[in-house]
Structure formats: structure tokens, C-alpha cells
Design a protein around this ligand. Sequence first.
Ligand code: ATP
Ligand code: FE
Length: 337
Amino acid sequence: ITILGIESSCDDTSAAVIRDGVMLSNVIASQAVHEAFGGVVPELASRAHQQNIIPVVSEALKRAGIDKSELSALAFTRGPGLMGSLLVGTSFAKGFVTALDIPLIDVNHLQAHVMAHFIKESEDDHNQPSFPFICLLVSGGNSQIIRVNSYKDMEVIGQTIDDAAGEAFDKCAKVMDLGYPGGPVVDRLAKEGNPKAFTLNKPHIPGYNYSFSGLKTSFLYLLRDRIKEDPDFIEKNKQDLCASLQFTIVDILMDKLRKAVKDTGITEVAVAGGVSANSGVRNAFEDHARRYGWKIHLPKFSFTTDNAAMVAITGYYKYLDKDFCSIDEAPFSRVVL
Ligand code: ATP
Ligand code: FE
């Protein structure tokens, strides 16, 4: 069974081919146009997707060494994401399956981030999590704790009531003028700083839910007050600021995750989404594995941020269930799992 996956939910155009669960190719075209604006500009994103989609798909087929006539089905990201971006992938997908007369499979982008753990890079890659497991999904738009019962049964047991973890990284990085997306820059600078240099607010939210807006405000006020005393405060303390910010975000994430693991008794724990690339998050997972006996799953770096391999693998499992969608299906911008 050979699946072509298409991802176009935000600012990365990606296509991937997966055969019987094994990845044959995964091509990602990132859009540099947004850097100058300090964030993704939706209209520019959809135009860039239009330019990229055909070359990216051709390249994915080429690298996989297959012809499009060999495809069993096409899986595409239906949402959530930016509507204009999703429309490009969705329209392409519909035209493509109509021409080839193969099934169309719609994929939920968040489910796909979790499913990234099931991408095999070779036949004898057997590191996949077993069900049920807990997955911390931390991306640019979402922070959720998910109880994953099966490929298609994912229960969101906690989620952010305001900003996502990735957003907290990016927004705080932006006020320090570190560029966009700021998460990876904070990660790099944090390695040279003292995580205890500054104390930032931690939220008190019931259950397994998260909140990051208070932290963001507390970070902003800290900068505002200290800049009054010293205009070069940020420049002089960049490393310590990043280390403290990262330490607090990771601490918030792990507090609730630990609670979820304790209450459910499920000690197999995975992390997914762009923020799972963060070294602080990864170290915390390894520390918890040692201290609490968790069996942890950290995704390969190339599968943390948006990619089509995760869409194709989700499509592969839906294909096995004959879970196809109609050609009339419209994309959606917002949804939970
Ligand atoms: P969603 O999947 O919720 O729609 P998205 O697709 O935009 O959102 P991803 O591509 O999964 O999100 O992740 C992007 C986010 O990950 C950005 O906020 C980015 O700053 C963050 N990120 C990437 N690498 C790191 C890192 N090393 N440390 C911290 N944050 C990081
Ligand atoms: Fe994403």
C-alpha cells in the first residue's frame, strides 16, 4: 500500500510517500517570506503553497522512486490550520485523486503530529509506542495532553486555555527581538544561561489544562521594569532570560504531564509537535524516564515540526480501515482532535 501525503496547514508545503508504513520520501519547502514580518502572513503563505505544491509533490515521488500510477491513495491535511493554506492542499488533493481515480483520505493535523511516532524509516524500525500511551502535543498552535487509545481514538484530557507553548516561546522571543520563529533561538541561547536567574509566574489552573498568557505578561513586565534601570538589559541578559523562560515553560508542561501519568497509571509517554524539538523538553523527558520509570518516545527532529510523512502515515492507517472521505469534504480552520 503506497500513500502520498500532503501537508499545507501553515507555512510549510510538504509531500511524502509511505509504503506499508515505511517512509520512502519526505520533502518540505519552508517559506522564508514570513521572516521579515515576524510571523506567518496568511495571504503570502497560500500564494507560496500554490507555487510550491507541484514541484514538492514531483520531488517526493521522484525521491521515493515511484510513479504516481503506483499510488494506492492520497492523504491530505484537512485542518486545523490557516484556511487559505489548507485550501491549496485540499484543492490539489481533490484534483489529483480525481485524475488518478484513487481514494482520498482526510487527516486531522493534530492527530498527524501524534502519529509521527509511527513513521518507520526502515523495515526493522520497531520503536513505535504501544497503546494506550499519553502524548504531550506541544506545537505553535496547541498544547494538549492526549490519551492515545488507538490510531483513531485520541482523547484530549487537557489543553491550553489561552496561548500554546510554542506561542509562548515565539512571543517572548519576539519582544527580545530574536526573530521568527523564536523557539529554536531561545533553545540555543538557553544553553549558555542560568535557568534560575529570573523567576517567572507559573499558572494555577485546575486539572490537566495549561495557560501561558500569564507567563508571557510576567516576562514582558520583567523586561519593562529592568529596561527602565538599564536600557541594555535584554542584550546583557539574553542567555539568562532565555534559560529562565525555557525552564519555566518546561516546568509548567511537566507538572501537568506528571499529574496525568500518575492519575491514569499510563507510564508510556510521548511528546509531539514543534516544541518537542526543544532540548529542555527532551532533557525533562529523559529525567522523568529515569526518576519515574516512564517509557518515553521522543520524535526524530525532522518529524517534530510540520511534515507530510506524519500525514501519510495517518493516511496509511485510515486506508487499512477503508476510512476514506468524499471529494466534497471542505477544509476546517479550527477543531479539536
Ligand atoms: P499546529 O500544529 O498547532 O497547527 P504549527 O504547525 O505551527 O502549529 P509546529 O510546526 O508543530 O506548529 O511547531 C512550530 C512551533 O515549534 C513554533 O512555535 C516554534 O517556535 C516551536 N519550536 C520549534 N523548535 C523549537 C525548539 N527547539 N524550542 C522551542 N520551540 C521550538
Ligand atoms: Fe503543526
